[in-house]
Design a protein around this ligand. Structure first.
Ligand code: SF4
Length: 326
């Protein structure tokens, strides 16, 4: 499980601090595919980096922490921000946005696999023995072990992405983070990658966290999801509820703007742009684009709270529902 507790981060710049994440609180459970969605610049990638403990200056955690807890081989473990990187690959792994940027194009894949697997995971094996285990694992994923002899530049974008996913999951980590895993791939290859991620999650019974701006990706594979807006979570809940019955005004407009199969109507996007994180408006950051905004919205930040069981949102409008539900 990953717990995100009161998390706020900022980038330190010569022009002042840019507050990217603000008071984020939620939990990602075991054995689920969790999606993080939102427009560009809303803080998705910063959140993912913070979950994976890539917090290097000028990015700084101002308050709060991330806690990674679980059990592997009968032993319980717990790591928090600053220590999560000690368990990279073993208990938490990362599939970056552009696979080609992490694979060295002129080094054979087998060498890159061997270099990436930590020593203690090689169990005093000879390299051929570790590679035999890697080959077996690739077969389990319906990938030909022949790719191990290839250089990345010889592989298609989809194949490189599959290889990276195989590398990230080889040690059965309890949590796998994937940043825009289908970006820059054509639709057919995208579908194959999503199916591979779903199959893997079922096989490993772990937690998979998918960051994507593409709502279609979330609809197809996530169990629960969070909608981010300007550095905070606007709404969080089961994916089917978010799509069928969104409760936050931003989510409603986002879902309304999605094209429907067989529909001949041109849907319009949300007017305006998210605020600059350097100088956000006071109160609710969505107020300048929200058709329901009141004076209160423009001065008071709405609290992120449970509106219905398992359903969270940050909006003053929903307070009545909270009172009614007790
Ligand atoms: Fe709109 Fe106000 Fe709710 Fe913000 S708090 S989403 S401005 S109604």
């Amino acid at each position: 499980m990953l717990k995100i507790e009161n998390l706020s981060t900022s980038y330190k710049t010569i022009d002042g601090d840019i507050h990217v994440l603000k008071d984020i609180n939620f939990e990602i459970k075991d054995n689920e595919i969790f999606g993080i969605a939102g427009e560009s610049g809303c803080g998705k990638t910063t959140l993912l980096n913070t979950l994976y403990d890539i917090v290097d200056y000028p990015l700084v955690i101002d308050q709060g922490r991330v806690v990674l807890e679980g059990e592997k081989d009968g032993k319980k473990y717990s790591f928090e921000s600053g220590k999560i990187r000690d368990t990279w690959w073993n208990n938490i792994a990362y599939v970056p946005q552009a696979a080609q940027s992490v694979l060295n194009p002129i080094v054979r894949l087998k060498t890159q696999f061997l270099d990436s697997i930590p020593k203690d995971q090689k169990k005093n094996e000879k390299p051929e023995e570790t590679l035999a285990r890697v080959a077996d694992y690739l077969k389990e994923l319906n990938l030909s072990p022949d790719v191990l002899e290839s250089f990345p530049f010889q592989l298609s974008g989809g194949m490189r992405q599959r290889a990276i996913i195989a590398l990230a999951t080889f040690m059965s980590p309890g949590v796998v983070l994937a940043d825009e895993p289908t970006t820059a791939l054509d639709v057919v290859v995208q579908k194959g990658i999503l199916m591979m991620l779903m199959r893997l999650q079922k096989q490993l019974k772990n937690t998979m966290i998918i960051v994507s701006h593409d709502m279609g990706v979330h609809y197809q594979i996530t169990d629960r999801m969070a909608i981010m807006y300007s550095g905070s979570i606007a709404e969080l809940g089961k994916t089917e509820d978010i799509f069928n019955d969104p409760i936050h005004p931003y989510t409603k407009m986002l879902v309304d703007a999605l094209p429907r199969v067989g529909e001949d109507v041109q849907r319009v996007g949300i007017a305006g742009r998210p605020p600059a994180l350097k100088n956000p408006p006071p109160g609710c950051r969505f107020a300048p684009r929200c058709p329901h905004a009141t004076d209160r919205c423009r001065s008071e930040v709405p609290k992120f709270r449970e509106i219905r069981p398992g359903r969270f949102a940050a909006c003053h409008l929903l307070e009545e529902e909270v009172k009614t539900n007790g």
